[in-house]
Ligand binder design. Sequence first.
Ligand code: Q0Z
Length: 295
Amino acid sequence: MTPLELPGYAHVYSGKVRDLYAPLDAGGRPREDQLLLVASDRISAYDHVLTSEIPDKGAVLTQMSLWWFDRLADLVPHHVVSTDVPEAVARRAVLVERLDMAPVECVARAYLTGGGLNEYRASGTVSGLSLPGGLVDGSRLPAPIFTPSSKAPAGQHDEPISYDDVVALVGADRATVLSDLTCRILARGNEIAAERGILIADTKVEFGYRADGTVVLADEVLTPDSSRFWPAAGWEPGRAQPSYDKQYVRDWLTSDASGWDKGSGEEPPALPDEVVERTRAKYIEAYEALTGQTF
Ligand code: Q0Z
């Protein structure tokens, strides 16, 4: 993956599906106070970045994040400075305040699945918190819970950490704020999304600090890439829930038609056009259902 050349910006870093640039000042030096966050059309599945892109995915997710930032602004300030970005990344990039990032992935869960479900089955707890008995895959939790993870180096997986680990990393006062904000963001997200046919099972958010210590919501928020979106209509606790956005991709990759074995270590094949188009339609459907606006 070769990152885009953007005149006036220096490439800083690329994640699986997003790229980070620093704007250059009048002297051609990278500014230290801002970053350009670019969402690509890349898509990942089963721990691989696929060779096929989903047209407009980056723009849909960026516009969805911006929409949520507005709806969360009474809870926490956000990092967006401007959406005036180079034409080459129009609608899929934002200029943001550069913050001192909290060294922790802030995860909250409203429904039980994935790693949280595994811990619950083993111990009746999630992130060390005791939960009621009788919960199954997809059960709604009484209220969102904070289940932080470590920020793993590139290419590695985030690992669950305890609340005490968060306290050791950021201090007790900041840990309380991160936990409360993360749970309130997910609760607000679900209040809004449920009316529009979408459940948000869990989400990962990132916070940073201004020089004066103010906590700021950063990165992307409540998108299908940072959260598990489920169609509310098909929600049925007791089985794995279909993914709102990636189900066509997963179903095709694990079908005989793909000829791919996810345990093989091989790179997955390119997606058929029909899978690309259906997946693109799901991202746009999620944006339009949530916001009530045409993409
Ligand atoms: C976000 C990331 C990537 C996009 C650093 N406001 C901020 N201040 C300082 N750092 C960040 C932010 Cl958002 C920051 N990331 C994650 C990686 C593309 C976002 F390649 N890393």
